[in-house]
Design a protein around this ligand. Structure first.
Ligand code: 5RP
Length: 254
């Protein structure tokens, strides 16, 4: 692959065309959005990790920034690469959060949580003046929903929470048989960084994400959901040919 970064520790190469597009998006985020003195939310997932890897050599060269990670995995990567960290208790607002998405539409609504980090991701984004999504061009859709919507739920009484979610989906016009699955990885239930479970909801097409998003948090047992609306103000779409486009969403936080 053509693009690589030299973090000063190891030469890192994308392993696929999609990886290449993710890396390009991460590099563009570092170049376009970061400035000395900034406090930066560090997203989770592979694209965000390319961003952190692209950031590390700039830090080594003297760029003065401090990051707040959105998962334990990102914290570990940042520490390994020498990116200085703080936490939300030590600062007021973050200047910008750079984070990935599983799907994003042309208005900036996103499905997130493919890496089970949606709760911390949403908290960090909410603490930021600006949130920029870093994606490859396979993540941009007219309509969200092919990627199952992750919902983080308390373990206690999860079957009841699932039932209430199904009722919500039916009242919002989805099929009563909508598939809802507790997330399993390598044969074990996925436990989030906050000790909860993830219910993946196979909705297929979410025609009105803005109307659906506010309804989940009324259900006891739902900790947070992976529908991020009105949060991203811009996205960087990386392409495998090494180019990346910046898209600014109308009406979103600037
Ligand atoms: C993790 C996330 C990620 O941002 C999302 O899953 C995208 O991941 P990737 O960049 O690996 O495709 O929301 O909870």
């Amino acid at each position: 692959m053509g693009t690589h970064i030299e973090p000063g520790y190891a030469r890192l190469e994308p392993q696929s065309k999609q990886d290449e597009a993710k890396l390009v998006s991460g590099i563009k985020a570092v170049d376009h959005y970061l400035a000395p003195g900034m406090k930066v939310g560090l997203g989770s997932g592979t694209t965000s990790h390319w961003f952190v890897r692209a950031l590390a050599p700039r830090v080594k060269d003297g760029l003065d920034i401090v990051g707040v990670p959105t998962s334990n995995a990102t914290r570990e990567l940042a520490i390994e690469l020498g990116v200085p960290l703080t936490d939300l208790g030590q600062i007021d607002r973050l200047d910008v959060t750079i984070d990935g998405a599983d799907e994003i539409d042309h208005q900036g609504s996103m499905i997130k949580g493919g890496g089970a980090c949606l709760l911390w991701e949403k908290i960090v984004a909410a603490a930021s003046r600006k949130m920029v999504a870093v994606v490859d061009d396979k993540k941009v859709f007219d309509t969200l929903g092919r990627f199952p919507l992750p919902i983080e739920v308390i373990q206690f009484g999860w079957q009841s929470t699932e039932r209430l979610l199904r009722e919500l989906f039916v009242s919002a016009g989805f099929d009563a048989g909508v598939r809802i699955e507790r997330r399993v990885k390598n044969g074990a239930l996925v436990v989030t960084d906050s000790g909860n479970w993830i219910l993946d909801c196979h909705l297929e097409a979410i025609s009105d994400p803005l109307a659906l998003a506010p309804r989940f948090n009324a259900i006891p047992g739902v900790v947070e959901h992976g529908l991020f609306t009105g949060i991203a103000s811009e996205m960087i779409v990386g392409h495998a040919d090494g180019t990346a486009d910046i898209v600014v969403f109308d009406g979103a936080r600037k």
